[in-house]
Write a new protein. Sequence first.
Length: 327
Amino acid sequence: MDSLCALNAFVRAAEVRSFTIAGRQLRVSSSAIGKAIARLEERHGVRLFHRNTRSLSLTQEGQLFLESCRRIMSEIEIVEKEFAQVKDAPKGRLRVSLPFLSGIAVATLSKFKSEYPDVELEIDIDDRFVDVIDAGYDVVVRAGNIEDSRLMTRRIASYRLELVASSSYLDRTSTPQRTDDLVKHTCLYLKDPVTGRIQPWPLSDRRFVDTVFPIGAIANSIEALVAFATLGMGIACVPDFAVRQQLADGTLHRILDGCVGYEGSLKAIWPSNRYLSPKLRVFIDFMAKHGLSQVDAQLRSKSTQTPKRVSPMALSKVVSANSLSFG
């Protein structure tokens, strides 16, 4: 504590160029300021100030020491703010961008609101890439790797890709028995949100790397692909979390299980500030703990219910706002 007091005395004296004014600001005598600085100079073996009866100025060593002291005092201030915020209840508006995660959006976010009613969630649902900082989001949930030193990330869930199709489509065509059979089927593709190119399916069979099978439709959102597949328009390759409900109620079926060799993770992404606000901290912790588990719990609770058919009209409303193209 004596060392911190001495550093504080030095910083004040360096900024105001006066032991007397520094002492007045810190409510101690100018003599106390002078003695504290003298102890610093003796301990480090350097002279920090040029002194005379009319002026006080920093030496070169004093200028370097001031910069270091400012960093130290800044770190202490940050820690104090962080501790102060931990004591505060999470509250206020939280801007969040999520991809198509209906189960998470309905189950997990609803549970989060019940536990933290003073946090006002402003949710944007969008599969496309967003600039976390320029767009003003507090946190974004996305898949894939993030290489930006301005951002922090935390994994909140893992997933794998699945090939799915509806009963109506499989009855109309046939169920593929091996990867080669896909050349005879209509396939639904996702358009890369950054490049605009079609994303080939990452099949385990290396013969089909970068292969694009017969195209039935292209969309810029997973939500649209799931809707197309449910309508019987073809086979889609989508994350398992996006179709857990459909697989559970039988509106979609998994085909060629294991032929897609891709596993990924969902991550919470936020600007790399020195400390997190209470509302952001609890949101990230909550998503990491409950992310997809709420989806699984919701599906288990519905597993004994009679499957419901989804009308084509309802599904058409889901995809009406998405960018689409048909082959």
